[in-house]
Design a binder for this molecule. Structure first.
Ligand SMILES: Nc1ncnc2c1ncn2[C@@H]1O[C@H](COP(=O)(O)OP(=O)(O)OP(=O)(O)O)[C@@H](O)[C@H]1O
Ligand SMILES: [Mg+2]
Length: 483
């Protein structure tokens, strides 16, 4: 249901509901107050008139009571007063019997003694009554005031007016309240449509951009003005788009680089085989050389594929690894032991300096071995006979710090920031000449693995002096206190 109505409809409905409810409460409450006010004001006005009339009639009625005046003598007097009061005047005697009425035959009017306004007048209160005229049946508003002389009630002045005008005024008040409400409701609709537009416009833009991106257009960006939630959503979207684009470019570069790296040895192999076919195989010396070269290239291909797999494994991250509590000291010693023969054969001293306080780490053993292999391999590969390689292990601020330092050829300052990039080699020609050619993937594998372990890697180097690669790993939870 809500999906059918849409966001705009829901916003509109919500605003309308709230405003209509609030307005209804207000209109009904205020309408009643206004209505009461109108009636009361009218009553008050009429009471005042009745009071003035009763005062004016005090002397004539006194004269009538004492027999000095007849009722007929009184009538013109009463008519004159009633005309100035714009109402209908009924004179009642002290028993409530109508004596004279300015608009009807007094004899036709029943006794008024029990009427609300008459009773009120006799007890000096002000009260009105709205009821049908006993003769015409039209609704009228009645008030009354006593005519008293020296404490004796001589009679009552009953004044009444038709209620038609009063009702008209009340109706007018209600109508104008309703009209105002209608204006407010219309304004609410307009404002909520405007508000909805302010919300829906960015949402629509976002959706549009997402759809275009899904269709492959990665250049999509959203203009994000405003620092509200929608603005921030737009910014997050843009960041996501940028990152996605960056990742895709990286991926593309990676495939191009990998293909290139794979093609180079294949080309060499193909050329050698062609040469052998072309007659070179009849010369045993050349055949031997070519076969060795082919074997070299195949080794290179193997190394490259191993590294590509290692990299993909490192990027897959923790999900596929078996993380366990590792005694780093043992792991480091094993690596040094594994590399010692090779170091010895090229006349390089391999030493290690590992603190006995080294806390255990939480890591994947094969991955950590891969890291140490790559670093020790680099240290050996880029050092000359007589060099020294030191493997250092120390407790660090949040865990352990491990470094592999060599006294080899070092890395030019210009290249230092890029050696962690995939396929980056300082001097491609040089690394091809000496031993198994590098792929430029070793350090990027190291970085991926260490970062997946929540560690950090850094490198320091001085050209011609040596290189030091350092990485940190967080200690196994609570491992630090074990020691
Ligand atoms: N210890 C080091 N001394 C001098 N240069 C180094 C050292 N370690 C790395 N480098 C430079 O950084 C580049 C990148 O190293 P990385 O380990 O990523 O690749 P690689 O050693 O060339 O290839 P692979 O590790 O696949 O055999 C190397 O080609 C080399 O130029
Ligand atoms: Mg390497």
């Amino acid at each position: 249901m809500s999906r059918l109505i849409g966001l705009r409809g829901r916003l509109l409905a919500t605003y309308l509901l709230v405003v209509t409810f609030g307005l209804s409460v207000f209109v009904i409450r205020y309408g009643w107050i206004a209505q009461d006010g109108i009636v009361e004001e009218l009553e008050h006005e009429e009471e005042l008139r009745a009071f003035i009339l009763s005062n004016a009639l005090e002397e004539p009625v006194q004269a009538y009571t004492s027999g000095e005046l007849s009722l007929d003598d009184l009538k013109p007097h009463i008519d004159r007063l009633a005309a100035s009061a714009e109402g209908r005047l009924t004179l009642l005697d002290s028993q409530g019997v109508p004596l004279y009425d300015t608009q009807a035959d007094a004899a036709a009017i029943p006794n008024q003694w029990q009427q609300v306004e008459v009773q009120a007048a006799l007890t000096e209160r002000e009260e009105h009554d709205i009821r049908p005229d006993p003769i015409t049946g039209d609704e009228r508003l009645y008030v009354a005031a006593p005519i008293a002389h020296e404490g004796n009630v001589l009679g009552v002045v009953q004044l009444s007016i038709p209620t038609t005008e009063m009702w008209a005024e009340i109706r007018q008040t209600w109508l104008s309240l309703l009209a105002t409400s209608l204006v407010v409701v219309i304004a609410t609709v307009l404002v909520s449509l405007w508000l909805a537009k302010g919300i829906l416009e960015p949402v629509r833009a976002l959706r549009q951009a997402a759809v275009s991106m899904a269709a492959g257009d990665l250049d999509q960006r959203i203009s994000t003005d405003g620092s509200d939630e929608l603005g921030r959503l737009g910014q997050a979207f843009n960041r996501m788009a940028e990152r996605l684009q960056h990742m895709i470019i990286q991926q593309r570069d990676f495939v191009a680089n990998a293909s290139h790296e794979l093609r180079t040895p294949l080309t060499t192999i193909k050329l050698r085989i062609e040469a052998l076919h072309g007659g070179a195989r009849h010369d045993p010396t050349i055949t031997d050389r070519f076969l060795l070269e082919i074997e070299d290239e195949i080794n290179r291909l193997n190394h490259l594929i191993d590294n590509l797999l290692a990299l993909s494994d490192a990027e897959a991250g923790l999900d596929t690894w078996k993380m366990e509590r590792l005694d780093l000291q043992l792991l480091l010693s094993e690596s040094v032991a594994a590399f010692s023969p090779r170091a010895q054969s090229v006349g390089i001293t391999l030493t290690m300096d590992i603190s006995p306080q080294l806390p255990d780490v939480r890591a994947s053993a094969p991955q950590l071995r891969q890291v140490l292999d790559n670093l020790l391999d680099n240290a050996l590969k880029y050092s000359s006979p007589g060099g020294v390689i030191t493997l250092l292990g120390r407790p660090g601020k949040e865990g352990v710090v491990v470094s592999v330092t060599d006294t080899g050829q070092g890395i030019p300052a210009n290249d230092l920031s890029r050696v962690f990039d995939r396929f980056y080699r300082v001097d491609k020609a040089r690394s091809r000449q000496e031993g198994p050619a590098g792929t430029g993937l070793g350090l990027s594998i190291v970085r991926s693995i260490i970062e997946a372990h929540d560690g950090t890697v850094s490198i320091d180097s001085l050209e011609g002096k040596g290189t030091s690669v350092r990485f940190t790993l967080p200690a196994y939870p609570d491992a630090q206190s074990d020691h």
